[in-house]
Design a protein around this ligand. Structure first.
Ligand code: ADP
Ligand code: MG
Length: 391
């Protein structure tokens, strides 16, 4: 399956419901790639459900065209079209008087699959859902809400549908169950290569699941982008408000680069220096390691007071006790990719080198403290009062 192949495309799509004059969605242009996890998010009534239901023609299209895998859906048989697109809604839509097995196999039976093929599929699906075999003979009411919704999801895959539409599928579940199901659909999407279009009003859910986020408001698309795009380049105030100050703040920290917080005067010594000179410098600057550079400031490694002490009687040059095994950072690297490694490691600092391996600075653990503090506690420094009263 080629990446970036268009799978669903809206071209100038407008929907006007009977008796209304205001379009529910107006002049929508949108391309959803094959294998995407596309989250539609926006205010209530912004047209998310309407947009989604035009793909499987549950809602007739007023103007414009929707293409599915290159075919105009208007030219496809609507019943057949619907059977080939999975659909999951909030309250699972399971038939209460039918067993789980009968619920799952509705569409394959409608498609007249041979019995053996259906049986094989059922086995595959319950394994996928990690359900015990005996669930198949239960009725929906005999499962928990989360389990029912999991059945809703596998039912949407039962006829090998490549596209699954999900309309706020986990909105009614408690946070822990919701998280389990989020991981489940994410796994399905990446492992089985399904294209998923997922309506939600939960920004965390969208940021976590989506490869493509579509932000809607009053029948229009406000912004389309990856979670990263949306977080770091919100198109306008509306998107910013939807994200909220906390997420924006966190995103700003995400973009801090090594070069912005490094100290530019690391304590260093030339590779040709003597151990006496090294020890004198350590004493003077109150440090127990020194970075070692050559005449052109290229970083060669480091020396530590421990090794210096042990070898002092046997050798006399910095180069004799040089440790060359040293991790470095680059000034243009994002700190977020390294911060936890630095904080968890036992280095008190990490040297920063440019493209020519020249030493340009160091990032200290203490420089990271502010960043961690702001991320955890926010920017409000007026809250110190009472902090010390904790016992
Ligand atoms: P969302 O899913 O984003 O909450 P909808 O797509 O359900 O929004 O609704 C978009 C707009 O279309 C709303 O103004 C809604 O009232 C209207 N609408 C939705 N369904 C119908 C319908 N069957 N008949 C008339 N208007 C509708
Ligand atoms: Mg809706």
């Amino acid at each position: 399956m080629a990446k970036n192949t268009t799978y669903v495309e809206f071209k100038n799509v407008t929907k006007i419901y009977n008796k209304t004059k205001i379009p529910a969605v107006s002049d929508i242009n949108l391309t959803i790639p094959q294998g995407a996890f596309c989250c539609l998010i926006g205010t209530s009534g912004s047209g998310k459900t309407t947009l989604m239901r035009m793909i499987n023609r549950m809602n007739p299209i007023t103007k414009g065209s929707v293409y599915l895998n290159g075919q105009n859906v208007k030219q496809l048989n609507p019943v057949n079209l619907r059977r080939h697109i999975g659909y999951v809604i909030q309250n699972n839509g399971l038939m209460p008087h039918m067993t789980i097995k009968d619920n799952i196999t509705i569409v394959p039976k409608l498609l007249k699959w041979p019995a053996a093929k259906i049986e094989h599929k059922v086995q595959e699906l319950i394994e996928l859902a990690e359900f015990p075999e005996e669930f198949l003979n239960r009725y929906p009411a005999e499962l928990s809400g989360g389990q029912q919704q999991r059945v809703g999801v596998i039912r949407a895959l039962a006829a090998d549908q490549d596209l699954i539409l999900m309309d706020e599928p986990f909105g009614a579940l408690d946070p822990i169950t919701r998280e389990t199901l989020q991981e489940f659909v994410k796994k399905l999407q990446s492992k089985l290569g399904k294209t998923i279009i997922f309506v939600t009003h939960d920004m965390d859910e969208a940021l976590k699941l989506a490869t493509q986020i579509v932000i809607m408001h009053e029948g229009k698309i406000i912004q389309v982008g990856t979670p990263d795009d949306i977080l770091h380049h919100p198109a306008n105030k509306f998107v910013e408000d939807l994200l909220g100050e906390d997420r924006l703040e966190e995103a700003r920290h995400d973009t801090v680069k090594v070069g912005e917080i490094m100290l530019t005067n690391p304590v260093k010594i030339n590779i040709g220096a003597t151990l006496t000179e090294a020890l004198t410098l350590m004493k003077k600057r109150h440090v127990d390691t020194l970075l070692v550079t050559d005449d052109a400031q290229h970083l060669k490694g480091y020396i530590s007071v421990g090794k210096l002490d042990k070898r002092y009687r046997h050798v006399n040059s910095v180069s004799d006790i040089l440790d060359t095994n040293i991790a470095t950072l680059h000034p243009d690297s994002y700190l977020r990719d390294y911060a936890s490694k630095i904080l968890q490691g036992n280095m008190t600092y990490v040297p920063v080198v440019d493209h020519h391996q020249k030493l340009v600075g160091i990032v200290t653990r203490s420089a990271l403290v502010n960043l961690v503090y702001d991320t955890i506690w926010g920017h409000d420094t007026n809250e110190q009062e009472g902090d010390e009263s904790h016992e």
